[in-house]
Design a protein around this ligand. Structure first.
Ligand code: ADP
Length: 624
């Protein structure tokens, strides 16, 4: 039997495989099963398309057996197309797959210790050498008479000789290394097959011995029984036509991939054909998972290539704001041996990703229009993720804006920006919103007084993230969004009478400004108040008090000190009387109290609460 040398690239790969560290040696089984499945697929195609194979006894199956006693070997046998002698030498002696070749080339002169990737993504057939000292492949090509045996210790050479085999197909026998012995175990094999190959569309049978003890005491005897059991579900559910699948099928599949005990809120199953061929099945859970807001959340979408599991730990399959989606992407066009780095830059995957985002957002829009109650249920759990989307994903901004919902001062429940725009009177110049605290606090904010009085709708943005997202929205269609807590916003509402009043109280404003000094940016007459004497607002380009809280909480240092603008209500009794008084001490106390109470209402901390209490008491004493 003639020894043949591996092609250099294979030699290099084998060296890597046997000398590097692996994070997941178990993937050898995934690779062998995947090859077996491909071989069966190819034969299946022939029986369907080639006259020579019409009537060929096609019995698709993959059989795994192992040496239960000594743990010395493990075999994976298929009834696929098989290989003849030449093909064994060519296919297993060179790297056929361009993905694998690219992978090896991309490694360059890298430190071998760093090549954990092999373990994570596998490199096809050769990964067998992660767990085996010697590998024997016996194969008989469908339609040919002679079988062949390929043998190698993975150290540079291999041999091919004639052999016998009962039927077409390939049997790969691994002579397990010390490291590989742990895989000669029924439970290990079962769990690896379920994890990686459950949806391989052909049955995978596991052969094992059941050991039972019979009799008692001295007469106790061990009885070994040969058993065969199918370990995979043998159906890639997402590959089946939609009209064959019932809701219950989808729901059951959801529960197995998500580990959720509840049914999903919604699912969408898409098969794309054309320039790119892929299938996606996405689920929206009913409830947010516990790790939704953890940085190291577990991504919910698994990547398959031609039904073979590739990874469930790739956060880039969808943008982070869609991290609540569970499901599957199965591509026909990606190479099986795609590495993590390749995944992230892969144009095919980018295209699938972009189409998937559009699909999901489109689906949400349909839900919101057809079943608004269902959409509210969704929004309650994941609305904040869509807001993150507005912040992160400019290319889908229009679609995302349509999906936002807010509480409102005039509407029950939640409203869309579209709904608000439709309700706007002809005079109204902007979509108004308020941020900065709980719903209750916002609804009672003095900043809303004039809007209430004039019957103008204001969106109540009571989530912390709104503080950051609302300014990013900027506009909805041609209408600007304006915060009622910003100095410029009330300019819209100013009448000539307001301007008149402003002039009148100008001397008082100056006086107050002098008293407060650099604690405020400015003191102005307010047009937004009716019941309250004062309020504070942020200058148009300054961060609001709540934004500053968020930045601080996020650990940002060296934040510039931002001062609020104090607004005074010219119509308020206190302000009117204050204009008339000559009492210097009282003027100072009341000026400060107007500022301090506005800060308290905004939820800001007072620098000197004890001074505030003293002032308050002095003023109360005077009024008694
Ligand atoms: P890949 O499967 O990515 O092409 P592998 O190294 O796993 O790379 O396999 C190399 C080639 O060997 C395959 O492309 C296929 O032609 C052949 N091969 C491997 N396993 C089998 C099998 N069980 N039956 C038939 N052909 C096989």
């Amino acid at each position: 039997m003639a020894k043949q040398k591996f092609k250099t690239e294979v030699g290099r790969l084998l060296h890597l495989i046997t000398h590097s560290l692996y994070s997941h040696p178990e993937v050898f089984l995934r690779e062998l099963i995947s090859n077996a499945s491909d071989a069966i697929d190819r034969l299946k195609y022939l029986t369907l398309t080639n006259d020579e194979f019409k009537g060929f006894a096609f019995v698709p199956r993959i059989d795994i057996s192992f040496d239960q006693k000594d743990k010395s070997w493990l075999t994976v046998a298929d009834t696929g197309i098989g290989m003849n002698g030449e093909e064994l030498a060519k296919n297993l002696g060179t790297i056929a797959n361009s993905g694998t070749r690219q992978f090896v080339e991309s490694l360059g002169d890298q430190n071998l210790e760093d090549t954990n990737l092999i373990g994570q993504f596998g490199v096809g057939f050769y990964s067998a050498f992660m767990v085996a000292d010697n590998v024997e492949v016996i194969s008989k090509k469908a339609g040919e008479e002679q079988a062949y045996k390929w043998l190698s210790d993975g150290k540079g050479s291999f041999s091919v000789e004639e052999a016998t085999a009962e039927r077409n197909g390939t049997t790969v026998r691994l002579f397990l290394s010390d490291r590989g012995k742990e895989y000669a175990n029924r439970w290990q094999i079962e769990s690896i097959v379920k994890k990686y190959s459950n949806h391989i569309p052909f049955p995978i049978y596991l052969h094992f011995e059941e050991v039972k003890s019979e009799g008692e005491g001295d007469k106790k005897k061990e009885k070994r029984e040969q058993k065969v059991e199918q370990v995979n579900s043998a159906s890639a559910l997402w590959r089946r036509p939609k009209n064959e699948l019932k809701d219950e099928d989808y729901n059951e599949f959801y529960r197995t991939i998500s580990h959720d005990t509840e049914d999903p809120l919604h699912f969408v199953h898409t098969k794309a054909e054309g320039a790119l061929e892929y299938t996606t099945l996405f689920y929206i859970p009913k409830k947010a998972p516990f790790d939704l807001f953890f940085v190291n959340y577990k991504p919910g979408v698994k990547l398959y290539v031609k039904r073979v599991f590739i990874t469930d730990d790739e956060k880039e399959l969808l943008p982070t704001y869609l991290r609540f989606i569970q499901g599957i992407i199965d591509s026909e066009d990606l190479p099986l041996n795609v590495s993590r780095e390749m995944l992230q830059e892969n144009q095919i995957l980018q295209n699938i990703r972009n189409a998937s985002i559009k699909k999901i957002l489109g689906e949400l829009d349909t839900i919101s229009q057809n079943t608004p109650e269902k959409y509210e249920e969704f929004y309650e759990q994941f609305g904040v993720c869509l807001k993150e989307g507005v912040y992160q994903d400019f290319s889908n901004r229009e679609a995302l804006l349509e999906l936002l919902r807010y509480k409102s001062t005039t509407e029950k429940g939640l409203t869309s920006l579209k709904g608000y725009k439709e309700r706007m009177g002809g005079e109204q110049k902007a979509i108004y919103y308020i941020t900065g605290g709980s719903e209750d606090k916002l609804r009672n904010s003095p900043l809303l007084e004039t809007y209430k009085q004039r019957g103008l709708e204001v969106l109540i943005m009571d989530h912390e993230i709104d503080e950051l997202v609302a300014p990013v929205i900027g506009r909805y269609k041609d209408v600007e969004l304006k915060s009622v807590g910003r100095s410029g916003t009330a300019e819209d509402l100013k009448t000539d009478a307001d301007k008149e009043k402003e002039k009148e109280i100008n001397p008082l404003l100056k006086k107050i400004k002098k008293i407060l000094g650099d604690e405020v940016k400015d003191v102005r007459a307010s047009t937004r108040l009716s019941d309250s004497p004062s309020c504070i607002v942020a200058d148009d380009n300054d961060p609001t008090i709540q934004m500053q809280h968020i930045f601080k909480a996020l650990g940002q240092k060296d934040l510039p000190e931002v001062k609020p603008i104090l607004e005074i209500n010219p119509d308020h009794a206190i302000v009117k009387k204050l204009s008339g008084t000559e009492d210097k001490e009282l003027t100072e106390d009341i000026s400060r109290l107007l500022f301090e109470q506005a800060l308290i209402v905004e939820g800001a901390e007072l620098a000197q609460p004890a001074e505030f209490a003293k002032r308050l008491n002095r003023v109360i004493a005077k009024s008694l």
